[in-house]
Write a protein that binds this ligand. Sequence first.
Ligand code: GN1
Ligand code: MG
Length: 578
Amino acid sequence: MELEDKDLLRKQAALFPLPKGVKFSYGTAGFRTDAALLPSTVFRMGVLAALRSLCTKRATGLMITASHNPVHENGVKLADPSGGMLNVAWEPYSDMLANAPDVENFLQIVEHIVKMENIQSGNAASGEVLLARDTRPSGEALVSAARQGVEAVRGTVAHDMGVLTTPQLHWMVRSFNNGVPASESDYFHQLSDSFRMLVELWHANTGDLTHSEELIVDAANGVGASKLTRLQHLTTSLGLQVRNSGNEGEGLLNDGVGADFVQKEKVLPHGFQLPADVGKRCASIDGDADRLVYFYIPEKHEDRYSGPVCTLHLLDGDKIAAIFGLFIIGQLHILAGSNSSVSDATTAHKAVVPGYGEVKVAVVQTAYANGASTNYIKQVLGLEVATTPTGVKHLHKKAEQYDIGIYFEANGHGTILFNEIFSQWLQDASVQQKEAEHRQAAKRLVAVNEMVNQAVGDALSGILMVEVVLRYQGWSVEQWDSMYKDLPSRQLKVKVKDRAVIITTPDETRVASPSSLQEAIDTEVGKYKGGRAFVRPSGTEDVVRVYAEASSQQSADALAQAVCVLVYHLAGGVGPEP
Ligand SMILES: CC(=O)N[C@H]1[C@@H](OP(=O)(O)O)O[C@H](CO)[C@@H](O)[C@@H]1O
Ligand SMILES: [Mg+2]
């Protein structure tokens, strides 16, 4: 690095000293903590995003959000030039930079990165970083810190894209680097045009494609609310009612609302009521709109305010993956000219399409996927199921290995990826296939590829896709729910002194160390028919997560509870015994 580059960085970095006594960790999906502690981290991530851009010679992205966490927290996520998460090989750099104790140490790490990655800086270089934030009050000041970080690296500029959902920013980075229109308005038009196309292509088939009931969306009092409203203006046939939009009097961001709350607590979010909302098709998104779950309250329900509450029927990421898989395989069958039904598992997963060959399709899940979903996807849909560690960065990478990769975490983060060669083939097939039916199936898949965010999981495009598939199937939310019945499950957390003492096998289903813990878990699981349990240290919170499944809710609860006690005793639990 040249002297003047260093001087500029030194001067700017001095404005953002590291707070005392804090250790930052990149974790599962970026840095997250109390907003007041973050300016130095965000400034430094601005520097890293700039270096990554100079290194790849393409634009990168930086998003200020703490997703489903409380409003006083904030965080930073980095987008790689592909629009996906920051390349995992660069995560150690982000940890090193974020924790550098002083300016000189920080400069040394920057120099180390520049050398290791052979980065050309200076006037001739041109890096670009797109910045955005969610609706948190701390966001504006943090975007300013990020901008100062980006511009402290000579030869890079920051573009502030304003208040966006996380998936919108990732989409923009991807589009920008692909040289296609990349503004927010382009995003909305791409989604709504392809939704309209899918609706029209259904008309071509059978006639009317209106859904009798509108969808009610809990927007977590976050950034997704205004974006959904905008989307609705462009897609008139999408009947939508947005609640928890964060307007005056509607409550706080993520407070008793949103996808994380609904998925974990399985109770109605604020703004929804009995009996008015019974039977309605409802969805929740999270604070930065990258997670989506659906839910409804059945006619026969318990009152949420009395007794143990589980009145809400949840359709989580696993069920969204299942209905997406059903649609995709259905269209591939048309293209393959096969009359076999999706329940014919022996042929379903080998969609051999004349002119292309075998189309490789898989659903990618983590160990948190409900066992019933995995069975259904494999046995009824006949699709391959691949498993990865927790975290979208892992699922996304795996899904890219297929012609069509559908990935979802149970918590509702996921999307459908199309590989480039297959997507080009579909484009050609949509005009060149002899049979009109085949051209239409290809056109539908082309429209799905356009509509569903190819950069990252996106609640907005996810809603459009679910709504399309429900209409194609002619299903109500209850009919969708009845694809399969979830195995009873329970997820709990345990506080320990140092969660790093637990090391799991790569697939995260077993504890490698301490080995006594895995032996004890095995003994406990053996006591329950159809039982399954695993533990892993969280990558976003200072806890160990415990997951259990069994044949009844009571057994799942008991198994999860027993495993919590084992973790507490064998892995250094703190506070009162669980
Ligand atoms: C069990 C669970 O839901 N874990 C979540 C959570 O990660 P943890 O590492 O488990 O804290 O946050 C991640 C980021 O949002 C998300 O990708 C992941 O699925
Ligand atoms: Mg989120």
